[in-house]
Structures are given as structure tokens and as C-alpha cells.
Design a protein around this ligand. Structure first.
Ligand code: SF4
Ligand code: SF4
Ligand code: SF4
Length: 263
């Protein structure tokens, strides 16, 4: 099924760009926008709360559902309380794990040095908290409420920062020296989206070897998508056998083997 990038962009434009994964899409707002464009419920963005669920329902001409509940109380603007991360700097051991966990590059610091959060950029997504081995990151309530214009400005800035983060992580994928704190982002959707939509920064997928550098970008994207589908099916089949899925898996393996042979 081909993707409707114009619709995905419209959906993505409504999402807060916190990239927290609370909607069930680990890699953030764009994968959720893609899933919603293909029929997934539009009320799952936790930081967006009821206003985002309603805006998406209106955009898609669907019934309005109650938004998934946040653990934080709802503010006057209908969204959950915004939070900010704060590092207890005297306890930080400078392990750098929080840096690659932060999707919007809001943490500063280097190896064995104290780290700190750039409060203005922090979205309170909490993704830095679990990787911290000494549990020295707190969340505090942000009492500022943004107006619509500020909200839009922030969303666009966060999206741009996340794309920069993805591109950096992608570049480090084959030459990583720092710690890996979360599963690698599935870059292919972002690369494909950025090829179709001018207003987002371009994402380029890195090649593994010089030999593979001859593969054109479209094929690389296709192979990355196939690999993701294969991984997903293998995981599902490891839990429960399913003839249809097994057949699908074999077809996908056949496809990728064929492409690799031609490359
Ligand atoms: S901000 Fe909303 S859409 Fe984006 S990752 Fe978080 S829950 Fe998902
Ligand atoms: S500093 Fe932590 S809570 Fe703030 S945006 Fe980065 S990962 Fe999320
Ligand atoms: S993960 Fe924790 S200990 Fe490590 S650098 Fe970040 S704040 Fe410091």
C-alpha cells in the first residue's frame, strides 16, 4: 500500500513533536502520523491530549474519541501539564547515556563531565530518565503555557531538531563509539518522507560499505523497509506460529535476497 505523504504531513503538523513514543510508536510522531493516515485511532497522542485528538478527528472527518490519559493533570488549554527534566548535577557521573536518548538534543555534556539540560528545549518526554545509571534526573512542572503561535513555533523547531538528531544517529550507526541506549530509529520512513516533503530537513541513509554505496537511495529505503518488516514478522512468529505470516516472511526474505543479488 503506497503512503499518502500529503496526508501524513497534515497529521504530523497537528502533533506536538515531543517524540516521546507514548502513542505506541517508539520512533515518534511521524510513524504515528503514518499509522493514523492508514486508519489507526487518532486519540493516542498523550502530550497532545484532547485538543490534538479533536483536531485530528476533524481533519480526518472521523468521530471524536477521548484522548489517552496522561499521568499529569490537564491544564487550562486541555493538554496535560508540561514537564521539564533537571539533572542533579553533583550526582551526574558523565556517562553520556542521556545525550543519545534525548530526541531533541536538549542535553549538554561530554564524557566524564557533568551534564545539564537546556531547559528551554526540553519537552519533558522522559526518555533520558530510564537510561541514567545513577537516577539523577528529575522532572519538574513547567508552569508556562504557550499560546497557539508559540506552540506551532515550538513544534516546528522540535521536528527540525529531531531530524537533526536522527541524521546524526544515522551517521554514527556504523562508526559508533558512544553508548547505545535505545533501539536504532527506523530511519527509512523519515528518509522517504523527507524526499516527498520539501519543508522538512532531508534525511540520508548511510551505506554500510563502499561496495554498497553504489545502491541508489530508493533501493536502500526499500531494503530498510523490508528488513524492518522481516524483523517484525520474525518477532511475531517467535511468539506464535502463523502460516500466513510465515509465508509473508518467506516472500520478504526472497525479495531482499533478490535485491541484494542485483546490487
Ligand atoms: S508527541 Fe504524541 S504523536 Fe508524538 S511520539 Fe509522543 S505520543 Fe506519539
Ligand atoms: S532532556 Fe530528557 S525529558 Fe527533556 S527532551 Fe531530552 S530526553 Fe526528553
Ligand atoms: S545519564 Fe545520568 S549520569 Fe549519565 S550523563 Fe546523563 S545525567 Fe549524567
Amino acid at each position: 500500500m503506497s503512503l499518502d505523504f500529503a496526508l501524513i504531513q497534515q497529521i504530523d503538523a497537528q502533533l506536538p513533536q515531543t517524540q516521546c513514543g507514548l502513542c505506541g510508536h517508539r520512533d515518534g510522531c511521524l510513524p504515528y502520523a503514518q499509522a493514523v493516515s492508514m486508519g489507526e485511532d487518532a486519540n493516542k497522542c498523550v502530550p497532545g491530549g484532547q485538543p490534538v485528538a479533536d483536531a485530528l478527528a476533524t481533519l480526518l472527518n472521523r468521530p471524536k474519541f477521548t484522548a489517552l490519559k496522561s499521568v499529569w493533570p490537564v491544564q487550562t488549554n486541555g493538554r496535560p501539564q508540561r514537564m521539564k527534566a533537571v539533572i542533579r548535577e553533583d550526582e551526574c557521573i558523565g556517562c553520556t547515556k542521556c545525550i543519545s536518548a534525548c530526541p531533541v538534543d536538549a542535553i549538554l555534556g561530554s564524557g566524564k563531565q557533568m551534564h545539564s539540560v537546556l531547559t528551554d528545549l526540553c519537552t519533558g518526554c522522559e526518555l533520558c530518565i530510564a537510561p541514567c545509571p545513577v537516577d539523577c534526573i528529575d522532572l519538574v512542572a513547567d508552569t508556562n503555557t504557550l499560546n497557539l503561535e508559540q506552540q506551532l513555533y515550538e513544534q516546528n523547531d522540535l521536528r527540525r531538531r529531531y531530524y537533526a538528531h536522527i541524521q546524526r544517529e544515522e551517521k554514527q550507526r556504523f562508526a559508533r563509539r558512544g553508548p547505545i541506549v535505545k533501539a536504532e530509529i527506523n530511519t527509512s520512513l523519515f528518509a522517504e518522507f523527507s524526499q516527498h516533503i520539501q519543508s522538512v530537513p532531508s534525511i540520508e541513509i548511510q551505506q554500510l560499505t563502499e561496495e554498497k554505496a553504489s545502491i541508489d537511495p530508493q533501493t536502500t529505503i526499500k531494503m530498510a523497509r523490508l528488513r524492518t518488516q522481516i524483523k517484525k514478522l520474525e518477532k511475531q512468529l517467535s511468539v506464535r506460529e502463523d502460516l500466513k505470516k510465515r509465508e509473508q516472511l518467506e516472500q520478504l526474505i526472497h525479495q531482499i535476497t533478490h535485491i541484494e543479488a542485483l546490487s
